[in-house]
Structures are given as structure tokens and as C-alpha cells.
Design a protein around this ligand. Structure first.
Ligand SMILES: Cc1cc2nc3c(=O)[nH]c(=O)nc-3n(C[C@H](O)[C@H](O)[C@H](O)COP(=O)(O)OP(=O)(O)OC[C@H]3O[C@@H](n4cnc5c(N)ncnc54)[C@H](O)[C@@H]3O)c2cc1C
Length: 508
């Protein structure tokens, strides 16, 4: 069971209220005629809602383009999921790839993302992302973001293209961008909940109603304020993985039994508000499970990063019932999570075991704490691993020998995994973890154009409304590739900020 979730009743009530408003708003936006006479507490050119990658990029780009900008965040700290994320950023054509002779291009990244999206991706949006990764990378470096001096290979990418922040967290990006926003004059308000849009009599978004001093999740806390936005409002409010009621409406399998990697505030009201004024919903049931997390700890924890940097690219994952591998450990997330979720016996999960050796863990920054908190387990022998997890010893040892043969031959004939980073697993001690997927990312969201305009159900831009990041839908189709949410958030955040800053000003 989750803690800190938005209570289902509460979220349902909000949603129903939103749905009622939707009917009214879509039918007659002019019902909000009084909006023209709203006494705004303060007026800006652009208001950005949220404070993750997408919001910060939007706010800073809008500011660079000369707009006055307000950024509001409902939680007590800036950063959202972006700040707690793993800091892994897929960049097509990074300087390090060039240095290491890795041949990559936006076209190759596009192919990988389309394949992972299983034909559901909105390719016009994807193109903006892949073409924007190198400019976004250079841009954040200019604002002081630092990356590790090596490129990583994540599942579903055909080449190593992951740049990871030095800190191994998205905070390595959100902190410098927040500082840059403050330094450049973006007004930053935390504990400020965006409750509703203000629209003029032609339906254009001209501001927000907010609660300053809001204490999540108390809807009645804080002081009501009304802020004007002459040029537009950018919604960058993230996904809804922690809104169990709403996620279950989209996919009933994602119920209370599944933990989530997300921060408590990933409850999706920003998306619901947009839907309630007529934004087109896109693929809301495409919700990603992270295949690398551990059932022995809550949330993203320490094991997720251990597996992405060490266990999967430099080790193997086996079914404890057979001691055998059962998938390509570097397949995209959906393929791996779908395979793992079939491993249920008598209604109970059979946790796969992922392990690597002492060479494989060299870059695993969470190893020390994982051992300390007993979620990563150390063994001197392969037999020790098998015995600890109740696996048949001989088939497991044989599987490891077979895999070592594939690495030497540079050809995984068992599951056709790319082996660029794979190693022969023969240097004890060995490090093993239990694996079980968690709700991680919402591929679905509000429809946007390649210029980050929010589109209504008729496919027309809702005037004055822009969106970027996980709150938007369609780009990633059925499965987002690792490192591509940072790419999406930064690229579309920059586009949204730029578009909003140049949008014709409304007279308010
Ligand atoms: C643990 C974890 C690790 C991850 N690792 C990676 C990784 O390494 N690489 C990668 O590419 N992706 C990763 N992801 C995915 C990625 O972090 C997210 O998709 C991304 O951060 C979303 O960015 P965003 O700007 O769209 O939203 P967020 O960062 O979620 O920010 C949205 C913000 O809006 C605020 N908000 C919501 N509603 C309101 C409202 N009504 N009023 C005011 N504020 C509001 C929220 O509180 C939140 O702070 C990871 C995700 C998690 C959870």
C-alpha cells in the first residue's frame, strides 16, 4: 500500500468537479465573462505552473526572450519528480559520443523511440525532442550543469547515448536552473497551488487562480490569489502516477498493490484542469512501469539506479525458479516489465534476481547504501547467490557460463541483447538484488502541437495555453525510453517558454 497518496475520494471529487466544469467550459467558454473584470493581484507576461525540467526550461527561456515570468510550485520544495530523478539524459550527438567515436544522430534516436513506442508515438512531437537534445544539453551546460565523463547504455537505445549528471540525480539540473531563474528575475513561488484558469470572454487563458501558502494535500489551506498572464500560461505539472484513483480509471491493473517511484505530489490535477476546459486527452492509459526497482524498498530507492548503471548493462537477470535468463536485460522498459509481471504464482510475485560482479559495480554509486540498507546483497560465489534466493544451483551456474561465452563472442544468441558494455561475470564478490516493477511514468497527457500549444478536442490550440513535459501526451507512445523524459522536458519546456513569450499579449 502507498502512503502519502491523494485520497481516492478526494481525487475523485476533484475530477468530477473538473468534469462538470469541462462540460460547461467546452460548451460555453464565455460563461466566464466576469474574468475580464478580474482584479489580478499581480500581472506577468507568462505564468509557468510546476518546477521540474519542463517548467524551469520554460520559465528561463521565456525570461531570456524578455518576458516577465512567474513560476508556481504547489509543494514545499522546487523540482518535482525532476529533482529526485536519476539525472540520465539521452542526448543524440553529445560531445562525449563524438570523442568516443560513437556514431549517433537525431534520426537514429528517433528510430529507437518510434520502435519503443510500438507505433503509437506522435512522430511530429518526437522529432522536436530528438532535434532538441543537443541544443538543450549545451544550454544546461551553459547554466552550470555538470555531467559524468562517460556515456551509458540504457535499455532500448541502439547506442550508448545517456549523459548522467555528476550527482546522479535530476537535482543536478533543476538546482542550477532554479538558481538561474532566480538570478535572471523569474519570480518563484513554492507552496503555491494553481487551482484554476482565468479565461476572458473569448475563452482565452489570461491567468490563474492560486493558493499561496498551500500545504499539500490540504485543498483548503493557503490564501487565494489571482495572477494575470498577458501572453500565456505554461502547464508543466508532471504526471499522475500517485493518483491511484485516476490511474486505475485508465488501467485497472495499476491498483494499490503497485508502488510508484514518483514524488507524493505527482497527482495530476494540472492535467485534470486542462481536460476540464476542453484539452484533448491523449493515450492516458499508456502508463509505464519501471522494470528495475526493488520490492525490498519503497519508491525509486537505491536499487533502480544500481540496476540501470550496473545490474542490467553489466550483469544478468534470472528467473529464480529456473536460474535462467528470461529476457534481454536491455530491452525497452515495457518489454522487460511485461515479462516480469507474468512471474506470478498462486497470486504472489516471483521476484527475478539481477546480479553483476565486482567489476560491474565500479560505477554504481548507490552500492554502498544499498548494502547498508540490505537491499543489495553481497556474495562470494555464484552458488551463494543461488542458495540465498532458492535457485537451482547447477542451471544458474551454467547460465552464467553461457552468458560469459556470449560476451566473449560478442553475440547474445539467447536474447540478442546489445553487449557493448557487457562484461564476463567472473570476478567475485557478486552483488544481487530482487526486482519488481513500479508505476513510473505517464506517456499519456494533454495534446500539444509541436509549438507546445495545448490542443482542444477539435485539434485547435486553446488560446493562451501551453504545456510541456510529462503532463503532455503522445510523444512516447506505448513506452518511453530511459533518459528521454529529461530530453522531452527540457526540449519542450524551452519551446513552450519561447512560444509563450512571443504570443500576442492579451489586454487584461
Ligand atoms: C525516481 C525517478 C527517476 C527518474 N529518472 C529519470 C532519468 O534518469 N531520466 C529521465 O529522462 N527520466 C527520469 N524519470 C522521469 C522524469 O523524472 C519525469 O518524467 C520528469 O521529471 C517530469 O518532468 P516535468 O517537468 O514534466 O514534471 P515534474 O518534474 O514532475 O514537475 C511537475 C511539478 O508540478 C508541480 N505541480 C503539479 N500540479 C501543480 C499545481 N496545480 N500547482 C502548482 N504546482 C503543481 C508538482 O508538484 C511538480 O513539482 C524519473 C522519474 C522518477 C520518478
Amino acid at each position: 500500500m502507498q502512503t502519502n497518496e491523494m485520497a481516492p475520494v478526494q481525487s475523485r471529487r476533484r475530477f468530477l468537479a473538473g468534469a462538470a466544469a469541462a462540460a460547461a467550459a467546452v460548451a460555453a467558454p464565455s460563461a466566464n465573462a466576469a474574468a475580464k473584470k478580474v482584479a489580478f493581484d499581480k500581472i506577468f507576461d507568462v505564468i509557468v505552473v510546476g518546477s521540474g525540467f519542463a517548467a524551469l526550461a520554460a520559465a528561463l527561456r521565456a525570461k531570456e526572450e524578455g518576458a516577465s515570468v512567474l513560476l508556481v510550485e504547489k509543494m514545499p520544495a522546487f523540482g518535482g519528480n525532476s529533482a529526485i530523478n536519476g539525472g540520465a539524459f539521452a542526448v543524440a550527438g553529445s560531445p562525449l559520443q563524438e570523442k568516443e567515436g560513437i556514431k549517433d544522430s537525431p534520426e537514429l534516436m528517433l528510430k529507437d523511440m518510434i520502435r519503443s513506442g510500438r507505433g503509437l508515438s506522435h512522430v511530429d512531437l518526437l522529432k522536436m525532442i530528438v532535434e532538441g537534445t543537443r541544443p538543450a544539453f549545451d544550454w544546461v551546460v551553459k547554466y552550470g550543469v555538470k555531467f559524468k565523463p562517460f556515456v551509458q547504455h540504457f535499455g532500448g537505445h541502439s547506442v550508448p547515448r545517456i549523459m548522467q549528471t555528476l550527482e546522479s540525480t535530476g537535482g543536478g539540473i533543476t538546482r542550477p536552473l532554479t538558481e538561474a531563474c532566480a538570478k535572471n528575475g523569474v519570480e518563484l513561488h513554492k507552496r503555491c497551488l494553481m487551482e484554476d484558469f482565468v479565461r476572458n470572454d473569448s475563452g482565452r487563458i489570461i491567468g490563474i487562480r492560486a493558493r499561496e501558502g498551500y500545504l499539500f494535500p490540504n485543498e483548503k489551506s493557503g490564501v487565494p490569489m489571482t495572477y494575470g498572464a498577458r501572453r500565456g500560461v505554461v502547464m508543466a505539472t508532471g504526471g499522475f502516477a500517485r493518483n491511484i484513483w485516476f490511474r486505475k480509471q485508465q488501467d485497472p491493473l495499476l491498483d494499490e498493490r503497485l508502488d510508484s517511484t514518483n514524488q507524493p505530489g505527482a497527482t495530476g490535477e494540472g492535467l485534470l484542469k486542462m481536460l476540464s476546459i476542453g484539452a484533448a486527452p491523449v493515450q492516458l492509459d499508456q502508463i509505464q512501469l519501471g522494470p528495475w526497482s526493488s520490492p525490498e524498498e519503497k519508491g525509486f530507492g537505491l536499487v533502480s539506479q544500481f540496476n540501470t548503471i550496473a545490474g542490467f548493462p553489466m550483469g544478468i537477470m534470472v528467473d529464480p525458479r529456473t536460474g535462467r535468463r528470461f529476457c534481454n536485460e536491455l530491452a525497452d522498459r515495457k518489454e522487460r516489465a511485461d515479462k516480469i509481471l507474468t512471474m506470478i504464482e498462486n497470486g504472489k510475485p516471483v521476484y527475478p534476481i539481477c546480479f553483476t560482479d565486482s567489476k560491474g559495480v565500479e560505477k554504481a554509486q548507490t552500492l554502498k547504501n544499498g548494502l547498508k540498507y540490505n537491499v543489495i546483497h553481497k556474495f562470494d560465489t555464484l552458488e551463494g547467490i543461488a542458495k540465498a534466493f532458492g535457485m537451482p544451483v547447477a542451471p544458474f551456474v551454467k547460465q552464467v557460463e553461457e552468458f560469459n561465452g556470449y560476451v566473449k563472442a560478442k553475440n547474445d544468441t539467447q536474447f540478442h541483447r546489445p553487449l557493448q558494455l557487457a562484461i564476463v561475470l567472473d570476478k567475485p564478490p557478486f552483488y544481487a538484488v530482487k526486482v519488481w516493477p513500479k508505476v513510473h511514468y505517464c506517456m499519456g497527457g494533454a495534446a500539444i502541437s509541436p509549438k507546445a500549444e495545448v490542443l482542444d478536442v477539435m485539434g485547435k490550440p486553446i488560446p493562451g495555453l501551453f504545456a510541456a513535459g510529462e503532463v503532455t501526451g503522445g510523444a512516447h507512445g506505448a513506452s518511453r525510453l530511459g533518459g528521454c523524459a529529461i530530453a522531452d522536458g527540457l526540449c519542450f519546456g524551452r519551446i513552450a517558454g519561447e512560444t509563450a513569450a512571443h504570443n500576442k499579449a492579451a489586454s487584461i
